[in-house]
Design a protein around this ligand. Structure first.
Ligand code: COA
Length: 647
């Protein structure tokens, strides 16, 4: 045995698994656990076993890397059965997380105890599968059907305290190993409970399942409903039949596109926050953050940083603007209070750490300053000229520009090595994506600081190179252009939006523009034209020139009735665009989606070739976390077959 070690505490065998980083259940782990049961059963000096893990967590689940490969024996259900069938009772001692297969192994044990900070759960649906080793069959016998519905259809883990009340675990303890041994010893003096698989289970009425189906259904995802079906089957059949059914469903889903896409994103999300190029590079500490500009974006950034425990200084140009900026930050915390996420007392504590000022000199102690002022190069340069004068020499200075060239913004800054682009997405306290844009002068530890900030803020940090729109907005532009190209070929605007909704976006490209306003991109194109750039006229330009800027003007790509946000196909738009539409293409929804996603992927490929993105995975994360691309499709690069992930 190389992953398991055994220590004896009297008649109790303490079996420790050490398979870093998260004790995932690989083929070797399954094998060793299987053999360990026999070994301990054969040892007359052992009366019970404690299963505990080294490192940060209990078994975090099946090894997801093996999901794309053919299953190898012993399969996990056999390992769980073997532990449950042991002559000597096993006690699972849980810290960190017991997830998926990890919790299924814990259910094979006769008892489960956990420290308070531990979580247990069955997150398989988040990977497009269902539990495959009795999650839908043992769990209802252990904790009832209602708790199981919640666990297997949401995939959300449950904290130890709640899991104890639900009957998923038997005790919450403080000193895990010591208390587990004591628990095992005490258990031997009493009658043992039935193994979970032998506990009774009563079926539920039809109405219960209908209601559960309604609550579990998630557009685009088949796994939650399949998990529910498997659970229902388990309540209406015997244990062995239910296990077979669950396994079949698991294996079927494991090979699905949805599961492959979600696995791809699982690994991409874990890799992105810690790029290998930055390994060993210490980020600069960030405790105090200056934010220049208290508008929606600045306030959102301030709110996000404050939430992560940083002290904030918000700079605005006059007292009135400072008051408005602070109020904007206050509104963010108010909404958290309203949603029950923050107490009134904590809100006060949050605001106590946000100061406002009109004086740049107050930034003398800031570790990081993020500029979020008007998108105009002169205004931004003036800000950085001032920051260059007042900030500490080692303070990191960042711009939140979306479209301007960060190199041009940093021109004239005495030490450009501490300058970087940090592109947040609005609302910045909610949106996960953070594009990190170093210039050729940015020092490695400044780049590392950007990533450390992303992690601290619980964002998805992705490095982007310098080009117009970086990764996300550049692809957005191509996406919109392709959508307009379809309109020119005669595809109805509403059909295009419906096709993209059908694909999994919450909104199609045109209704999204109507919501956000067509004028922002228009003004930007006009700005480029004024500078002499050759920017061809778009259909959107024609609409804006006709006063159609979106919902706020009562119409954009669609018409809107007063006080109603429902888009209605517009005869005026048809007239305005009539001489640009030269075809009568008939495309199905999936064909439209293919065209648009294909265009996004083609732009992504160009972005990769130019070195603007580090990997196709990064592009997929940008689209999923910043632009509403459906997660279960894996992002445009994955959907177009351009990533070599474990399929
Ligand atoms: N299989 C294979 N590798 C896994 C894994 C799994 N089930 N769970 C995590 N890892 C890997 C990650 O890819 C990462 O690898 P890296 O260091 O090479 O990048 C490493 O373990 C650490 O994971 P991370 O998520 O960064 O650690 P954490 O301490 O923040 O969180 C967990 C720990 C267990 C809470 C978290 O990893 C998790 O939720 N894992 C998924 C569990 C799951 O879904 N299990 C059910 C599978 S059916």
């Amino acid at each position: 045995m190389t992953l398991l070690t055994v220590r004896r505490d009297g008649e109790i065998a303490v079996v420790t698994l050490d398979n870093p980083p998260v004790n995932a259940i690989s083929e070797a782990v399954r094998k060793e656990l299987f053999e360990m049961v026999g070994q301990l059963d054969a040892d007359p000096g052992v009366r019970a076993a404690v299963l505990i893990c080294a490192g940060r967590t209990f078994l975090a689940g099946a090894d997801v890397r093996e999901f794309g490969k053919p299953p190898v024996e012993p399969h996990l259900p056999e390992v769980v059965d073997r532990i449950e069938g042991a002559e000597k009772p096993w006690v699972a001692a849980i810290h960190g997380a017991a997830l998926g297969g990890g919790f299924e192994i814990a259910m094979g044990c006769r008892f489960r105890i956990a420290v308070e900070s531990a979580r247990v759960g069955l997150p398989e649906v988040t990977l497009g599968v269902i539990p495959g080793a009795s999650g839908t069959v043992r769990t209802p016998r252990l904790a009832g059907i209602e708790t199981t519905v919640d666990l297997v259809t949401s995939g959300r883990p449950m904290p130890a305290g709640k899991a104890l009340k639900a009957g998923l675990i038997d005790a919450v303890v403080s000193d895990l190993e010591r208390d587990a041994v004591a628990f095992a010893r005490a258990a031997l003096d009493a009658e043992l409970p039935l193994p979970v698989s032998q506990r009774p289970l009563a079926p539920m009425p039809e109405a219960f399942w209908q209601d559960a189906r309604k609550r579990a259904a998630k557009p685009g995802h088949q796994a939650p409903l399949r998990a529910l079906d498997s659970l229902r089957f388990a309540t209406e059949h015997d244990f062995a039949e239910a296990m077979e059914h669950e396994r079949e469903t698991f294996l079927d889903l494991r090979g699905s596109d949805e599961a492959a896409a979600l696995r791809h994103i699982f690994f991409a999300e874990r890799a992105a926050p810690k790029p290998s190029a930055l390994k060993g590079i210490e980020p600069r500490p960030v405790r105090t953050v200056g934010v220049i500009g208290g508008g929606t974006m600045g306030a959102g950034i301030a709110g996000a940083c404050r939430e992560a425990g940083m002290e904030i200084l918000l700079i605005e140009r006059d007292d009135e603007a400072v008051t408005r900026g602070l109020a904007n930050v206050g509104k963010i915390f108010d909404s958290a209070v309203k949603r029950g996420k923050l107490s009134a007392e904590d809100r006060a504590g949050r605001m106590a750490g946000v100061r406002g000022s009109t004086d740049y000199a107050d930034l003398a102690d800031a570790d990081l300053v993020i500029e979020a002022v008007f998108e105009e190069i002169g205004v931004k340069r003036a800000v950085f000229a001032e920051l260059g004068r007042v900030c500490r020499a080692d303070a990191v200075l960042a711009t939140n520009t979306s479209y301007l060239d960060p190199r041009a913004i940093a021109e004239g800054l005495p030490d450009p090595s501490r300058f970087i682009g940090l592109h947040f997405f609005s609302p910045a306290h909610i949106m996960k994506l953070l594009e990190i844009v170093p210039t050729p002068d940015t020092a490695p530890d400044v780049l590392a600081t950007g990533f450390a900030l992303g992690r601290a803020l619980n964002k998805m940090p992705v490095q982007a190179g310098i080009c117009e729109g970086f990764i996300g907005n550049r692809i957005l532009k191509r996406y919109r252009a392709e959508a307009e190209a379809l309109v020119k070929q005669g595809v109805a605007i509403a059909e295009i939006d419906a096709a993209m909704r059908g694909y999994g976006f919450r909104m199609g490209p045109f209704e999204a523009q109507d919501l956000g306003g067509l004028d922002i991109a228009f003004l930007q194109r006009e700005g480029a034209r004024a500078e002499g750039q050759d920017v061809p006229e778009t259909l959107g330009d024609i609409l804006v020139r006709a006063g159609r800027k979106g919902q706020k003007t009562g119409g954009g790509w669609y018409d809107y009735a007063e006080g109603d946000r429902t888009p209605k196909p517009s005869a005026s738009v048809a007239t305005l665009l009539a001489d640009r539409v030269s075809g009568s293409a008939a495309l199905s929804g999936p064909e439209i989606a293919d065209r648009l996603v294909g265009a996004m992927a083609a732009e992504g490929e160009a972005i990769l070739r130019e070195g603007i993105a580090q990997s196709p995975q990064d592009i997929d994360l940008v689209e999923i976390h910043g632009y509403g691309f459906p997660r279960w499709k894996g992002g445009p690069m994955f959907a177009a077959g351009m990533t070599a992930s474990a399929r």
